[in-house]
Design a protein around this ligand. Sequence first.
Ligand code: FA5
Length: 350
Amino acid sequence: MGSGVPCRHGSSAFVTASPTESLLSPDEVDDAIAALDRLDDERAVDAWRTANLGRRSPLVRALRSLGTRQPAARAAAGRFLNEAKARFEAALEQKLAALETARTEGLAPLDVSLPGYPLPRGGLHPITRTERAIVSAFASMGFHVIEGPEIETEYYNFEALRIPADHPARDAMDTFYLDAVDSRAQPLLLRTHTSPNQIRYLERHEPPIRLIAPGRTYRNEATDATHEWMITQTEVLAVDRGLTLAHLKGTLYEFARRLFGEEREIRFRCDYFPFVEPGVEVSISSPGGWIEILGAGMVHPEILTRMGYDSEEYTGFAAGLGVERIAMLRHGIRDIRRFYENDLRFLRQF
Ligand code: FA5
């Protein structure tokens, strides 16, 4: 309890005599109210409330003990105590109102006509912007967006895509393995590409299929100006009757035209991926030379057969686009590492 707050825990506060006397003397009530009047901060007022109106205050204890008094003394004492309580409560309410007025008086009134403060505005990360541009280019060609898990099993990331354990293609995708297995004892890893989405989708859907699956992928490799260890990829898959390499090329040409305009050149070269046949890589011209932006090809017939489709009847094409590389080309950025350094001077330019 703070100084200046009268608190009567001693027996002197209780007057235990006749009905004309009270359990709390009138003087003490006056003193307590005068003490409250002198207080000027909320904590002291709170302490006063506890001392004078709290469960253990003389007033409340006296009220509680009324029942033990002689009937003759009880009525007069009760009246006095109730009056004291009402006076305490009124004084307290008045004091709190006075403190509130004092608190708000010093504040300047709100002038809504003053110019506002410029609030810092966030923006979308350049990789998110490019990812959205890619998605919308394919969506306008009839592809729909799906998502798959970033933590994958060896089966979906490699084996189902015809990349067995001893296959050299695994060397190109140095893998972050997790110290865990799934319910079927499959080793878990951070997916090295978005191609597992092809298998996951084919398992559950019938052709015609046209999907696009953007997301993060991870490779345990050294970084340089065009290589990061965390890459955003976008998988593209189409499966239908009669699809050919011409459909793949036409789709990718149209995509490149929408994203880069007519000026940039696009180059197709043969490449090898175990899950396509034939396979290609696509590069885009830039002032610094060609930049490879994606791998692609015709879905390997064995994958379609394994998924239960007649590969004579159904064919498909697939592609895996590197979003960071595409963002570099769109914005003329020479070093891929800039994207994830979190340097606001760089990020604010987008
Ligand atoms: C793949 O990841 C295949 N899954 C692509 C694919 C899909 C082929 C469907 C055939 C059919 P690759 O490792 O080449 O392929 O990566 C594809 C693209 O991701 C590359 O062209 C490149 O743009 C980007 N990329 C790959 N590794 C990196 C890296 N370390 N840093 C930046 N971008 C990368």
